[in-house]
Design a protein around this ligand. Structure first.
Ligand code: ADP
Length: 966
């Protein structure tokens, strides 16, 4: 129920909210307009007190049914035809002269360029000019309240030459019923204004910050409002009949229709003319003419031709559509939308670009939509045809239908899957990755044999730069299908996947539908990149759940995007996902995918990839050839060892690019000097060439470095484009180059340093492990394995155990377990029984800014503690990993391959691993196993034996071997 308030309270509220107190005194027909507008959605400003007062005022006039109720937080009104009282029956209420509506003597002006507000209609005015913005800010609103509501809307009039310069003399006093907009980043508002009555602009009494004019209210004189004149009465009857016809033809239904019908039969003549002029299409001058017509006869005489013209046009459209409109009843368009639209100037009346919709219709027909979708699209198309092109809904509907026409409902790319060729493709594009390639081939083979495309979704998991995206691209090339990459990193709104409801401003389809529109076939390879970085579910819904709907073969053949609103068959799309880590992928999503892990590369693999794939690619991208520039295996190995620290090869690729750029500059310089000059120049050798680079480097080391980095970034951005276009390379005259350099230019250590600067990474372990209380652990991170030096010190104090390095709770517990074990075995370790008295222990895990967690540092912490308390150094070439229990049992851990690769990269010769991890060694490349000695251990005793030079005979292996739990 509408809350009832005491009359005084309402009056109080009204005084605060509407100081002019004009609305409550308004004629009921205007009041109904205002209430309808007020009950619209999307109020920025809190109108509750004002609204309540209007409701009460309306109820007093019997306009609102007392059954009005609250629903879902919105007030819902049942608008009824007013119960005619004795006074009404005598025609008193219908007589506008009895309206006690008084307009203030001066009103702020809202100047509009392309619209006319007529009394009784409502228009939406975008506020763009500075003065109009000032008006909204200084006069209408205060904070988030609408403080004043009555303004004068006046149109800027075009002169004979079409130049808009002066204000029209007659304007309309209107009530601002809604202000929407924002103050940030720039102020932008939209006002919803309902016209109340005509006013004449007498003089401008203020220009800044917004114009204010002295106005005279133009009240229609009683003599011409009396509809008793026979001629006027017949004209009015004709007008009412035509208006009734228009209402019948209009595309509205529900309460709006009955209200409009009631208005046509009951509203007094001159207001009906305004109402109708607001409904029909007309140009700006025509509307201004209606506004200028002050007496009933001329107003009707001006409006009637416009009305008849509109009816004619509607009939034509209806005839053209035949019976298609029989279901028109379903189309509900609120009356206020109709009322709102005012066509921009210079639009020829009622002329819409018919060719435009015909072309659209043809495109929709050609798109071969499924029957249901076709029916829905045709219905929307017929709505579009009937809609005036200036209403905001027109462009929204138009973009929607464009999308429907653009989507590949039936277009498929012919599949060219051939396993032999697929193998060739994969081998040509990727070095190593045998397991991954084998799995991809199996997958493709099954697809080829089954002939359909259903099956698990492949998900490549591994550190960055190991070729996950590039394998997905190869799959697309092999299958001959278009490829589209959809980056999911940071997507936290389910609507990004599923699309936004069409009713929202700026609504868009979801990413999947957009991708299909781009690729133009319904069976592309869609790469869901960084699926592990998908935002978690929050106020904007769960994007993971939305993606599930896309991926699940049981549902995705009828995937319904919220924007599109029609089911689209995604079952032929081949989805491939990539991720850095499995832990953040939502479990239901993970369930639908087949995980293929793409681990990091060994040093040797990187050298091979660099030489066979990355260098040729970079040479080509820089317009060079192997005859001009070469990098030996050793040089590539130096770059990998001294300038990169990564599991993949992306940085290596960038560094190779930097080398190529340096050479390209020199080559281009030589080629750009005139031929005659070159002959006189002395012949340079490769060493001279390197010297040149060095000179430059010395001259502006800093600038060079920044520019270098910048170029690297640009280059990585441009990669795909460059690759796709493959520009034809101009021929480089080698003979000319030979006059300057010894070809090919072979990069050596010195040139690498000149171009890339001093080595970035040196073996970080040298010298760090040769003190007691330090040991090397191995950690797994989403970007590959890492070696981690763990340090411990003891000082006087009573804080017990201090841990630093952003450790998670699991790691803190490991530290406590290790300390307990040491305390328990103090005697065996030959420590004093109270070795910790008055002392505190500080354990630190470097890379202190990065948070770490996980149980696998257990053995390292224990070794560090034993080393510290016994004052013995751990072997500097040993790294270790493993979880420990209170009883000293070593439990298996994950990421063994990555950890071993990291130890190998760091030049460590021995790795202590839990014995239960033995099976994981099968994944480790042979050359790593040949160079790194793996010591498999079951107990802490065995760890200590291996970690210290002379072992720890006193501790021994006091635990039984553990049977694997994995
Ligand atoms: P990811 O998607 O795993 O982050 P990309 O697929 O973008 O990595 O690979 C980065 C670059 O490394 C690409 O240029 C790719 O061609 C190259 N690359 C990675 N692995 C290999 C490989 N095994 N053989 C050849 N090139 C590779």
């Amino acid at each position: 129920m509408v809350p009832t308030l005491k009359a005084e309270k309402i009056d109080e509220a009204v005084k605060v909210a509407d100081p002019q107190y004009t609305l409550c005194k308004m004629h009921w027909s205007h009041l109904v307009q205002s209430i309808i507008a007020l009950s619209g959605v999307g109020h920025l400003y809190n109108q509750a007190p004002l609204l309540l007062s209007y409701i009460r005022a309306a109820m007093r006039r019997n306009v609102l049914d007392s059954q009005s109720c609250r629903s879902g937080g919105n007030l819902v009104f049942h608008i009824t035809t007013p119960k005619r009282t004795a006074a009404d029956a005598s025609g008193d209420d219908m007589d506008p002269t009895k309206t006690h509506l008084t307009i203030p003597k001066s009103l702020p002006l809202l100047v509009v360029a392309d619209g006319v507000l007529l009394p009784g209609s409502t228009i939406r005015v975008p506020v763009t000019t500075v003065k109009n913005i000032n008006l909204v800010r200084s006069s209408l609103t205060l904070g988030n309240r609408l403080v004043s509501t009555v303004i004068c809307v006046v149109t800027k009039e075009p002169d004979k030459n079409g130049v808009v310069n002066r204000l029209h003399k007659i304007g309309t006093a209107g009530v601002v019923v809604q202000v929407t907009g924002t103050n940030w980043p720039r102020p932008a508002y939209t006002l919803l204004v309902t016209g109340v009555c005509r006013v004449r602009l007498d003089s401008i009494i203020q220009e800044h910050p917004y114009p204010v004019a002295a106005v005279t209210q133009l009240t229609d004189t009683p003599s011409i409002q009396r509809e008793d004149d026979a001629q006027v009465a017949s004209l009015l009857a004709e007008f009412k009949e035509a208006a009734q016809k228009l209402v019948d033809l209009l595309d509205i239904s529900g309460p709006g229709l009955s209200k409009l019908k009631a208005a046509v039969s009951q509203v007094p003549g001159q207001q009906l003319a305004d109402l109708v002029a607001g409904l029909v299409r007309a140009t700006l001058p025509e509307r201004l003419e209606v506004l200028d017509a002050l007496d009933l006869t001329s107003r009707i005489k001006i409006t009637l031709p416009l009305l008849l013209r509109h009816i004619e046009k509607l009939k034509e459209v209806r005839d053209a559509e035949g019976n298609d409109d029989s279901s028109g009843k379903e189309v509900v368009r609120p009356m206020r939308r109709r009322l709102r639209g005012v066509p921009p100037p210079n639009i020829p009346p009622l002329e819409k670009d018919e060719g435009d919709t015909t072309e659209l219709e043809e495109r929709i027909k050609a798109a071969n939509l499924p029957p249901e979708a076709n029916k829905a699209a045709m219905k929307e198309l017929s709505r579009l045809k009937r809609m005036p092109s200036h209403v905001p809904e027109y462009s929204m509907l138009r973009s929607y239908l464009d999308l429907v026409a653009d989507l590949p409902w039936t277009t498929t790319a012919p599949e060219t899957c051939n396993i032999a060729r697929a193998r060739e493709h994969l081998d040509a594009d990727h070095y190593g990755l045998e397991k991954v390639k084998r799995r991809v081939l199996e997958y493709l083979a099954v697809r080829q044999l089954r002939g359909d495309l259903k099956g698990p979704i492949l998900c490549f998991v591994g550190p960055p730069g190991v070729g996950k995206t590039s394998i997905a691209k190869s799959i697309a090339t092999t299958l001959g299908r278009p490829y589209h990459r959809m980056s999911l990193g940071g997507v936290s709104d389910q609507h990004d996947i599923r699309g936004h409801r069409r009713t929202y401003i700026g609504a868009m389809p979801g990413r999947v539908i957009q991708a299909l529109r781009t690729v133009k076939v319904k069976n592309p390879v869609l790469l869901l990149d960084e699926i592990d970085k998908l935002g978690i579910s929050g106020i904007h819904g769960d994007p993971g759940a939305a993606l599930l709907e896309v991926l699940d073969p049981a549902q995705n053949f009828t995937f319904t995007d919220t924007y599109l609103g029609l089911p689209f068959d995604l079952s032929q799309v081949l989805f491939v996902a990539t991720a850095n880590s499995l832990s953040t992928i939502p479990t239901p999503l993970l369930d639908r995918m087949e995980v293929i892990s793409v681990p990091g590369y060994t040093q040797e693999e990187k050298v091979m990839i660099g030489q066979l794939h990355l260098l040729p690619k970079q040479l080509q991208e820089h317009g060079l050839t192997p005859e001009i520039f070469q990098l030996s295996k050793e040089s590539i190995a130096t770059i990998i060892g001294e300038y990169t620290r990564e599991a993949g090869v992306r940085t290596l690729e960038r560094k190779l690019g930097a080398m190529c750029r340096a050479v390209a500059v020199q080559v281009a310089e030589v080629l750009s000097c005139p031929e005659g000059d070159s002959k006189s120049e002395k012949v340079e050798t490769a060493t001279d060439f390197k010297g040149k680079i060095e000179e430059r480097h010395e001259a502006g080391r800093d600038e060079h470095n920044t520019a270098d980095q910048q170029l690297e970034l640009d280059e990585s951005d441009d990669h795909s484009a460059a690759k796709e276009e493959k520009p034809k390379m101009p021929e480089i005259s080698l003979s000319r180059l030979r006059q300057h350099f010894t070809l090919p230019i072979v990069a050596d250590q010195k040139m690498i340093q000149d171009v890339l600067g001093p080595p970035i990474f040196t073996s970080g372990l040298a010298g760090r492990v040769s003190v007691a209380g330090v040991a090397v652990g191995l950690a797994w991170t989403p970007v590959g394995g890492e070696v981690m030096v763990v340090e411990a010190t003891r000082t006087r104090g009573d804080s017990g155990l201090i841990l630093t390095g952003q450790l998670g709770s699991v790691m803190q517990e490991s530290a406590k377990i290790a300390l307990s074990w040491v305390r328990q075995h103090a005697a065996v370790l030959e420590l004093e029984p109270d070795f910790m008295r008055d002392e505190e222990l500080h354990l630190h895990f470097p890379a202190g800014a990065i948070s770490k967690d996980g149980p696998s540092a257990g053995v390292t912490i224990l070794t560090v503690l034993v080393s510290l308390f016994t004052d013995r150094c751990v072997r500097p070439d040993v790294a270790m990993t493993g979880e420990i229990t209170l009883n000293g049992v070593v439990l298996p851990v994950g990421g063994v391959k990555e950890k071993l690769l990291a130890a190998h990269r760091a030049g460590l010769s021995t790795v202590i691993l839990p014995a239960a991890n033995k099976k994981d060694l099968a994944d480790v490349p042979d050359n790593v196993l040949n160079e790194v000695e793996v010591v498999l251990v079951n107990s802490v005793g065995e760890v200590l034996q291996a970690a210290f030079d002379d072992g720890f005979p006193s501790v021994g292996s006091d635990t039984k071997p553990l049977t694997s739990k994995l």
